[in-house]
Design a protein around this ligand. Sequence first.
Ligand SMILES: Nc1ncnc2c1ncn2[C@@H]1O[C@H](COP(=O)(O)OP(=O)(O)OP(=O)(O)O)[C@@H](O)[C@H]1O
Ligand SMILES: [Mg+2]
Length: 693
Amino acid sequence: MSNKSLNPFLTISEIMTAMNSTLDPDQVLEMILDHSIKFCSVESGSLMLLNNKDSILDIVTYRGHNPQIKKDVKLKIGQGITGLVASEARGLIVNDVSKNSDYISIKKEIQSEMAVPMIVEDVVIGVISLDSNRMNTFTEEHLKTVSILANQAALIFKNLQTFRNLEQKNKIQQVLIEIANKVTSSLDMEEVFQSIMELIEKNLKLEKGSLVLYDTVNQNLKLVAAIGISNEEIEKGIYQLGEGIIGKVYDAGEQTYIHSVADDPLFLNRVGYLKHFKNDPKNISLLSTPIISDGQVMGVLSVFLVHQKNSDTKTYLDFLQVVASFISQAIKIHEFVDDAKSQISLENISLKRELQDKYKFGSIIGRSRAMEKLFEKIKLVSDSKASVLITGESGTGKEMIASAIHYNSNRASKPFIKINCAAIPESLLESELFGHTKGSFTGAIADKKGKFELADNGTIFLDEIGEMDLNLQSKLLRVLQEREIEAVGSTKVKKINIRILAATNSNLEEQIAEKKFRADLYYRLNVVNVHTPALRDRTDDIPLLALHFIEKYSKENDKNIKAFTRGVQKILCTYTWPGNVRELENIIERAVVLTQNITLDETDFSEITEKLGVNTVKDIAENFDDSPSNLISFNNLDSIDGKALEIVVGEVESKLIQYALKKFRYTKTRVAKFLGINRNTLDKRIKELNIEY
Ligand SMILES: Nc1ncnc2c1ncn2[C@@H]1O[C@H](COP(=O)(O)OP(=O)(O)OP(=O)(O)O)[C@@H](O)[C@H]1O
Ligand SMILES: [Mg+2]
């Protein structure tokens, strides 16, 4: 020991102070090796860390050796002097390597060696090995001092490493908080992604992130936002499903870590990321994470990581997974806002205007071509005295039309008398219509004016005219012809001036054929026919009507509902409405009364969705009678040879998909749900099977 300045105690405290001054665990290893070499005055040395995974000692740093040593020397525990030190957890001095059978030569000049374990909490984490070109270089004092230093270094290293991870984690936590704020700060997806990536790049070692989303129109994956590349480069970012790393991550729905993009043939470098790095592609890793929303993969988030010692990829992957969930949340918010923007709302000025004037006839709402025509007709016939027969399915607004005709006519200020022919017992109907004299029948205790007389100079509306019995039909016909009435029990006739409107939801022509309705009366009533179209034939009117009823029942129930979602619109326009407007009105009323929402959504219309979704196996089977059996004819057998299963199963699958598309009116999410497959798989199969729809 020639160097007097190297007082072991002084050395220890000096070295400890030095090691404590760094926050970089890797630097601690460099320092301890340097100081040990210096303390022992030797030429070379190396520091190995125990790789617990495969019980190998990896050289992490060295002095005075050929760089090849890092690759060549991989000692197993128990192998060589260093390996023995690691397994026995105590230092060894070999003062003449040629005499030691355990010694494995790494450099022929070496004559003596000392190896010391680095121990923390009774666990060997590495070994410091010092070599000398002379024999008998190492003393017990060297061994003791270096051992103390090695253990101290091990402790500092370990602490710093955990500290560094902690620091990374703390930082990550902080970055995540900031990302969470960003997600809700803007409605522009690209802007959100840009700021997320900026945060990541600024605070962590990750670079050049990219966001690829599934494009439902083109059925591929499209780069929608990226950092560190030009817009033209972004345009190039189109990937087929399953293509490259991105396509694979998307398909599998699992994270991936590519240690070196240079070595992975799946890395396509399609947009030309690599040219933006100064680093060797061998030293660039790629971390990709699927973006999943409601169990469905929507896209892939990828970032590069330039190699660093001890970079904690697991933590980064965990981090990216959280970021991906933020992005999926951002996408959801985005879609939600999009949806809210397109909500059909009473606040929508143009709709409101339509509700107020143009598409409203009195209180009859309609903007469809059919209703416009009907309004025209009402205007035309109102002022005439012609009888009008209003026909149409139940609930289509026949009664409303009748009153509109009256109130648009020059008789508007005169009485409008309604009589429901179905609601009054046959025996009483005659007296109801024409009146009776006192004592004309049991219970006729006084003279009573009939509806016709009451309606004099005004309009009488005979609703459900098809229900009137033949006998009364004859009397009615006479009134229409003569324009005079005769009260029951009276012989006096009275001239009247009335306009007659009638309505029915039954087919009077059929009734005429069955001799249940008088043809001559029919022609008298049907001078002008107004037909109210079924609601399913004028779906254009549905949103407007729905809004109208929402407003009406919202007011009635002291609620503040002003809108419904696009989803609701879809449902309402898909349903066939056998009860027409009346049914729509009832359903909206129920929804308004029962909902907790401010905007009605699909959940408020479960009644209809249930009706829409009725699928029975029988229903499907009926659509399958032209099953693929026609394929398996003798003519075709050759052509499917070797691919029979694929073709036949494909045929069935194609039919089933087409069936479901039709059944669910091309709502792909619903179709996918029905088929029990993922939405993206559905798109893929539609494409592969060439299904046109
Ligand atoms: N175009 C419309 N605009 C607004 N409300 C309508 C419209 N059509 C029908 N309604 C409403 O639907 C309900 C049924 O209408 P109405 O009683 O006029 O139908 P109807 O054709 O006479 O039916 P039924 O044959 O069953 O008697 C009423 O509450 C009415 O307010
Ligand atoms: Mg009616």
